[in-house]
Design a protein around this ligand. Structure first.
Ligand code: ZN
Length: 182
């Protein structure tokens, strides 16, 4: 059992389409060992979720915390259930030290298999829906920075100091409007 090295942006494995896991192999020792190591890695780095390509394994496994419970997802499929979007400042263990705003579907249906090979079919919304979309994007070689509004990208230190840039832009626009009135 081991804490795994996390691939960072620029490593080609993060841009591959990951391979599905044959369902009959989910309970096999190598897959179970990978899931266990991913769990230890996620805990070590205190992330919201982790996808196998982030630990240099190009297979369709992700895990994320939903409420207090850790959900392992194998061969996940996400379907949008609304056109409503939610904007969140996302970060990623593979893009350390950054935050950026991404608009994602507010409610999704999630299908796939858990770590025992049992089918999963559930609906997620808001923050949980955001995290699952972020993690599943990793399986298709997509990073959140691909989807982020580029003007909102910030180093973590600046993000903590100045807050979400959307709010900064709003305050700037209000300030300019006030000045015009005077
Ligand atoms: Zn990520």
């Amino acid at each position: 059992m081991a804490i795994l090295k996390v691939a960072r942006m620029g490593h080609p494995i993060l841009r591959r389409i990951a391979d599905p896991i044959p369902v009959e192999l989910i309970r096999s020792a190598p897959v179970q060992a990978l899931i266990h190591d991913m769990f230890e890695t996620l805990q070590e780095y205190d992330g919201a979720g982790l996808a196998a390509p982030q630990v240099h394994q190009s297979v369709r496994i992700v895990m994320l915390e939903i409420g207090d419970e850790l959900q392992v997802l194998i061969n996940p499929v996400i379907t949008a259930l609304t056109e409503d979007l939610v904007r969140t400042y996302e970060g990623c263990l593979s893009v350390p030290g950054f935050r950026g705003a991404v608009d994602r579907c507010f409610r999704v249906r999630l299908q796939g298999f858990d770590e025992q090979g049992e089918p999963i079919d559930r609906e997620l919304e808001d923050y949980d829906a955001v995290v699952v979309q972020h993690e599943c994007d990793h399986l298709d070689g997509v990073l959140y920075v691909d989807r982020a509004d580029p003007r909102t990208l910030a180093f973590l230190e600046e993000y903590r100091r100045w807050g979400p840039l959307d709010e900064v832009f709003e305050a700037m626009a209000e300030h300019e409007a006030d000045e015009e009135e005077e």
